[in-house]
Structures are given as C-alpha cells and as structure tokens.
Design a protein around this ligand. Structure first.
Ligand SMILES: *Cc1c(COP(=O)(O)O)cnc(C)c1O
Length: 391
C-alpha cells in the first residue's frame, strides 16, 4: 500500500481502537447507528443537488428528491404537529452579516436567562430577532415567560436547539415552537444521534416568512447540501420515531444520576439547588482540581473524553475553571444509572484521590467491553451491509 494511504488508515484504525476503549462524554457528539452509517458511504455523497426537490439545477436527482421528500416528512412527524421546513444548513453566520448583538442578563445560580431583567431589556432595545441557544444547555429556556414582551416588541424568536434537539424530539425537554419560537434550528448529531448536519424547522403559517427562511438557506448560505448525510438523517429520524422517547428519557435520567453521584463524591456540579440539569449536559467547577484544561487532559489519559469549558464567572478564555459533560453517547451505548455511578467513581478516583490515570484507563476499557454496540436503533441486516461498495 502507498505509504501515505497506509499511514492514514493506521491513524483512523488507532482512533477507532482508542474510542472503543474510552468513555465518550463530549456533550456535542454522538454515534450514528450502523444503518445510518451505511448511507454515508453511498453514491449520494458523490452528487450535487442544488435547489429544492423537483426543482433542481442539476440532472440525476430523481431518487435524491424521493429521499429528501421523505426526510422532510419524517422531520415534521418527529418535531411538529404541522408545517415544517428542513434544510441542510445552519441558520447562522449572523455576525458576519452585520447583526448588532445584545446579550441576555443571565442568572448564574439557575444557569438560565434572568426573566425579569430580560423583559426590561426587550422593552428597552425592541430587538427584531431574539436568538436563544446554549452550548452548556442545562435547563429549558423561559420562552413562555418572555412571550408577551416579544409580542409587544414585534420580535421574531429563533431557538437554537443544537444541543437539545433529540430531547425536544423525544418529548423530555421543552417544545420551543409551541412555546413561542418562530424558528427552531438544531444540529442533527448531538442528542439527536444522526450524521453531522443541521436542521431548520418552523410552524409559521406565514408563507412569505417561510419563503424568506428557505431563500436564506438556499442560496443564502448553502449551494449543495450533503446528500449522503441527508439520507443518513432520514434513517436516524425513522429510528428516533421508534426509539427516541425511551432514549431521550434515559439520557436525562443518566445526566441527573451522574450529577448526583459526582456531587456526593466531592466534585462540584453547577446549579445544585436546581437539580443540576434537565438535559443531557452537566457543568463541573473543577478549579479545586487544577482547572478545566488540566482536568480534561488528565481525564483523557484515563480514556475519559471531555472538554474544558468556561464557567459564567471566568474571565480568561484560556484558563477556564470548568469542564462540560454529556450523557447522550454513553446512553446510546446502553449505559444506565448504575453505570453513571461507576463513572462518577472513576472521576473521584482521578480528581479527588489522585490515583494513577493508567490504571483507570484499563478499567475504562474493561467497562466498555459490555457497552460496545449502538442502542435505540434498528439492527442492520447482512444484505444491507456495504451493498454500495463497487466490486
Ligand atoms: C453545536 C452548536 C451549534 C451547531 O454547531 P455544529 O457545527 O452543528 O456542531 C449551534 N449552536 C450551539 C449553541 C451549539 O452548541
């Protein structure tokens, strides 16, 4: 084999081996199911499909259009009672387009927006768009409480559910479109366990508004979307219809169990007075153990994969005092509350007792031998396996 190709193969193999012996706890990641993964190696990934289904600028999209229609229908079924728009792109890049930002007053104790102060701010600033979204998303956003103030200001509400899309679809978090949001955007690969992709949904009945959204996506920010990822998203959504409620509920139960167990073992979890979390995510204050960067590096040596994170009171972005955890991927691997307590034990042995990380890594690998398949999905039949691979 060519030296470069051999090198690349080896690195990917080593990555696979490493991750199969690790505890993946980054709150923004997940693993896709075997059947969804099949879609990623299909010929869809080699094609272009500019434009909207059945109105393409390219030939060759007959089956792509069928798939896109079905994926849109599945997305509506899973997230909305009526009317939806899906796209392969984030709404984002607002800053680049000259948007003037004003931040929300934040209640650090609750790790959430301060409702009274925000109402005052809305009345003062009269924003055109209110954007909500968090990368440390512990509690539902108080959309209902802010609804009147938005109405008075004539303000559109955009809810960025990147992290919590699977929890919303699984009915365990909040239902933004029914609580006053005009647009719900999200990642399709965090708590919703699909391919890396984006989704945009609206239940607006205002056709003009919907057309503007659609144009903002295509041609506004996207020319061609990734067709293989779109097909994989379709499989993910079909699986979510079958298993999503159970999955989402277990993610949140696991997050609460992990938070409680860490707390009992002397590790500081934020928002203690408010039950730590209502989502998949936890924020830990690890200043006492050397800070976020050191702790995340130590955990990685023990094969526990996390990330350092700024906490609300941090001033230096390079010296964050926190780490962020998510339970969505461990849950996907079949772990429940008992395993969360085992994981908390490992954290305490590393951080509180200062045990050697190498020994912990061996225990993590042993733990993973019983949790090495993807749950909450259909099983792949032999015929489907690699059927697009050219002989
Ligand atoms: C992850 C995230 C996104 C989406 O980013 P991706 O590129 O899809 O991963 C958007 N908003 C927030 C708050 C996020 O955390």
């Amino acid at each position: 084999m060519d030296e470069h190709v051999a090198f690349l193969n080896e690195q990917v193999d080593r990555h696979h081996a490493w991750f199969s012996k690790s505890l993946p706890m980054i709150a923004s990641e997940n693993v896709i199911s075997p059947m969804a993964r099949e879609m990623l190696v299909s010929d869809f990934g080699d094609r272009y499909a500019e434009g909207l289904p059945h109105e393409r600028y390219y030939q060759g999209n007959a089956f792509v259009d069928e798939v896109e229609d079905r994926v849109v229908a599945l997305a509506k079924q899973i997230s909305l009672s009526h009317g939806a728009h899906i796209s392969s792109a984030k709404f984002g890049a607002a800053g680049l387009r000259g948007v003037n930002n004003v931040n929300y007053p934040f209640d650090v104790d609750r790790m959430n927006i301060d409702v009274d102060e925000t109402v005052k701010l809305i009345r003062l600033v009269k924003p055109k768009v209110a954007a909500f979204g968090q990368s440390v998303f512990l509690f539902p956003t108080p959309l209902r409480e802010l609804h009147d103030a938005f109405q008075d200001a004539g303000c559109h509400v955009w809810y960025d559910g990147a992290h919590v899309m699977g929890l919303i679809a699984g009915g365990t978090f909040q239902d933004p479109l029914h609580e006053g949001a005009d647009v719900l955007t999200g990642s399709t690969h965090k708590t919703l366990p699909g391919p890396q992709h984006g989704i945009l949904l609206s239940d607006s009945t205002d056709e003009k508004f919907l057309k503007r959204l659609q144009r903002a996506v295509f041609p506004g920010v996207v020319s061609n979307h990734h067709l293989h990822a779109m097909a994989a998203l379709g499989v993910t959504l079909a699986e979510f219809l079958a298993f999503g409620r159970d999955y989402a509920a277990q993610i949140v139960r696991n997050a609460k169990a992990l938070a409680q167990a860490l707390h009992e073992r002397g590790i500081k979890v934020l928002a203690e007075k408010h039950g730590f979390t209502e989502s998949h995510a936890l924020a830990l204050d690890v200043a006492a153990f050397g800070g976020g960067a050191k702790v995340a590096t130590d955990l990685e040596k023990a094969h526990i994969i996390t990330n350092k994170n700024l906490l609300p009171w941090d001033t230096s972005p390079v010296r964050p005092s926190g780490i962020r955890l998510g339970t969505q991927e461990l849950t996907r691997l079949g772990m429940k509350e008992a395993q969360m307590r085992e994981v908390a034990d490992l954290f305490a042995r590393i951080l509180v007792k200062g045990e050697a990380v190498e020994a912990i890594a061996t225990e993590v690998a042993a733990m993973r031998t019983e949790f090495n398949t993807v749950h909450y999905c259909f099983t792949k039949d032999a015929e489907a396996h690699r059927r697009w691979r050219l002989a």
